[in-house]
Design a binder for this molecule. Structure first.
Ligand code: SAH
Ligand code: SF4
Ligand code: F3S
Length: 445
C-alpha cells in the first residue's frame, strides 16, 4: 500500500485557560483533522504544536511565553510548526510571531487554520486574528482530545458583552453570540452516541444565552436547558459560568424540575463589597447577590454552590476585604477559585482605576481568603457525612485500583470501593462515611 502523506502529520495540542479553550481545542483538532493532522499525546512525535492560550491574568501569559521559548528551542533541532491560538493570540497578535510562533490565530479565526498551516508548511509565518460577531462554529463537530475530561464541553455561546472593568475576555473573545438550538442538540446527540455520560453547557455568561432564529423566535437559557434535559434524559447535564445578574428564578425552577440537570451552580461573587462590585461594573450589589443565593436555597434546597473571588482590586480597603470574607462565610461555598487582581492592558480598569493595592497586601488577603475557603470546604464536606447521594462513576481512583471515583450532582468527588458492576457512567446511591477538605469517602447502599 502506498503511504498517504496527508495522514502522517501529527498534532500536539496544549490547552491553557477555561473550558471555552478546551472546547475550542477540540474544534481546532477537528478543523486540522480535515487537512491530515492526527492528534498525538506525544510531543516528541508531533509535526505541529498548538498552544491554546489564556490572557485572564498576567501569570497565565507568562507561563505561555516560557512555553513558547521552550518550543522554539525544540524547533532548533527538529522541524515543528508552532501555532499560538486563543486569547493571547487575539491580544498580542504579531508580537507572538516575533517571539517565534509560526502561526497566530485568534478564537474567531479557526476556519482559517487549513490555510495558515499550508503556509507554515511552506515556511511562511502567518496570522489571523479578526473577531467576528456571528461565528459560532455551529456546523463543526469537535474531536475529542486524548486528555479530554469526563464531561463533554458544549459551547452554547461565544464572547461576552459585560465588560467587567477588570476583564480582558470581551477584548479577546469579542461580542456575545448564541449558537442555534438545533446545532447544540445535534452536537449533544453525537456525544450520547459516542458513549458520553455527561455534558457541560459552557459560555462566559451561559445564562444570558438567547438565540433568535430566522422567524424571530427567541430561546432563553431556561428553555434551552429544559429542551436538553427532556431530549437527553440519560445524560447528566451541567453548565457554567452563570452571571448573578442573569440567574433568574425560571432557570432555578428548570434545574429543580429535571433530575438529570445537576444541582450545582457556579456563581462568581468576585467581591463581597458593593462599592467594589460597582467599580468592577458587575451590575449587582451584595443585596442582589444574596437574594439570588436565597432563591437558590429555596428552589433547589440541596444545591451545590461554588464561586470565583479575587482580592486586591483598585482601591480595595481592609473593610472591603473583610466584607468578602464575611459574605464567603455567610454563603458557605462548597469550593471556590480564588485569585488576586492582575491589571490587564486595555481594560477600563487599566485606563481609569489605579492598581494601587500593594503586592504584599494582595498576597496576604489571598492567603486569608484561601484559608477561609479551606475551612468552608471542609465544613461543607462534613455536612455531607451520613447523607446519601447519587454518584456518577468517572473512573478508577488515583490512589488505589480497588477504588473508583465519582461525582455527586453538587460536583463533589466521592471515592468508594470498586465492584464489577460499577462502570464509567453508572449512577449509584452512596452513603458518605467520612470527609476531608478535598474528597468524600462513601459506601454503596
Ligand atoms: N465569565 C466568567 C468567568 C471569567 S474568567 C464570569 O464572569 O464569572 C474567570 C475568573 O477569573 C473570573 O470570575 C474572575 O474571578 C477572575 N478574573 C478575571 N479577570 C481577572 C483579573 N484581571 N485579575 C484577577 N482575576 C481575574
Ligand atoms: Fe469577564 Fe465579566 Fe464577561 Fe465574565 S462576565 S467574561 S468576568 S467581562
Ligand atoms: Fe482565559 Fe480566554 Fe478563557 S482569557 S479564561 S482562555 S476566555
Amino acid at each position: 500500500m502506498l503511504a498517504d502523506h496527508t495522514s502522517q502529520k501529527h498534532l500536539f495540542i496544549e490547552t491553557y485557560g477555561c473550558q471555552m479553550n478546551i472546547a475550542d481545542s477540540e474544534l481546532i483538532a477537528a478543523i486540522l483533522g480535515t487537512v491530515g493532522y492526527e492528534l498525538t499525546d506525544d510531543l516528541a512525535a508531533a509535526d505541529a504544536v498548538v498552544v491554546n492560550t489564556c490572557s485572564i491574568r498576567d501569570n497565565a501569559e507568562q507561563r505561555v511565553k516560557g512555553r513558547l521559548s521552550e518550543l522554539c528551542g525544540i524547533r532548533k533541532h527538529r522541524k515543528i510548526i508552532i501555532g499560538i491560538m486563543g486569547c493571547m493570540a487575539q491580544r498580542l497578535g504579531d508580537e507572538l510571531l516575533s517571539m517565534g510562533a509560526d502561526i497566530v490565530a485568534g478564537p474567531d479565526s479557526y476556519r482559517d487554520l487549513p490555510h495558515l498551516f499550508a503556509e507554515a508548511e511552506l515556511g511562511h509565518k502567518s496570522i489571523s486574528a479578526a473577531l467576528s460577531t456571528t461565528e459560532t462554529y455551529s456546523d463543526l463537530r469537535p474531536v475529542r482530545l486524548p486528555s479530554s475530561a469526563f464531561t463533554a464541553f458544549v459551547s452554547i455561546m461565544r464572547g461576552c458583552n459585560n465588560f467587567c472593568s477588570y476583564c480582558i475576555v470581551p477584548y479577546t473573545r469579542g461580542r456575545e453570540r448564541s449558537r442555534s438550538v438545533q446545532s447544540i442538540l445535534e452536537e449533544i446527540a453525537t456525544y450520547q452516541m459516542n458513549g458520553r455520560h455527561e455534558i457541560t453547557l459552557i459560555g462566559q455568561n451561559v445564562n444570558s444565552y438567547n438565540y433568535k432564529d430566522e422567524q424571530g423566535n427567541t430561546t432563553s437559557f431556561a428553555t434551552l436547558l429544559s429542551e436538553v434535559a427532556t431530549q437527553f434524559p440519560d445524560l447528566r447535564i451541567r453548565f457554567t459560568t452563570s452571571h448573578p445578574k442573569d440567574m433568574t428564578d425560571d432557570i432555578l425552577e428548570t434545574i429543580a424540575k429535571y433530575p438529570n440537570v445537576c444541582n450545582h451552580i457556579h456563581l462568581p461573587l468576585q467581591s463581597g463589597s458593593s462599592r467594589i462590585l460597582k467599580l468592577m461594573n458587575r451590575h449587582y450589589n451584595i443585596d442582589d447577590y444574596m437574594a439570588r443565593i436565597e432563591s437558590i436555597r429555596r428552589i433547589i434546597p440541596d444545591c451545590g454552590i461554588t464561586t470565583d473571588v479575587f482580592c486586591g482590586f483598585s482601591s480595595e480597603t481592609e473593610e472591603d476585604h473583610k466584607e468578602t470574607l464575611r459574605i464567603m462565610e455567610e454563603v458557605g461555598y462548597d469550593s471556590a477559585f480564588m485569585f488576586q487582581y492582575s491589571e490587564r492592558p486595555g481594560t477600563y480598569a487599566a485606563k481609569h482605576l489605579p492598581d494601587d493595592v500593594p503586592a504584599d497586601v494582595k498576597n496576604r488577603r489571598l492567603q486569608e481568603i484561601i484559608a477561609l475557603q479551606n475551612r468552608l470546604s471542609l465544613e461543607s464536606n462534613n455536612r455531607d457525612v451520613n447523607k446519601v447521594f447519587d454518584v456518577m462513576i468517572e473512573g478508577r481512583a488515583r490512589r488505589s485500583a480497588e477504588q473508583v471515583i465519582g461525582r455527586t450532582q453538587q460536583n463533589k468527588a466521592v471515592v468508594l470501593d470498586a465492584a464489577p458492576d460499577l462502570k464509567v457512567g453508572s449512577i449509584v446511591k452512596v452513603k458518605i462515611t467520612s470527609a476531608s477538605q478535598a474528597t468524600l469517602l462513601g459506601e454503596r447502599i
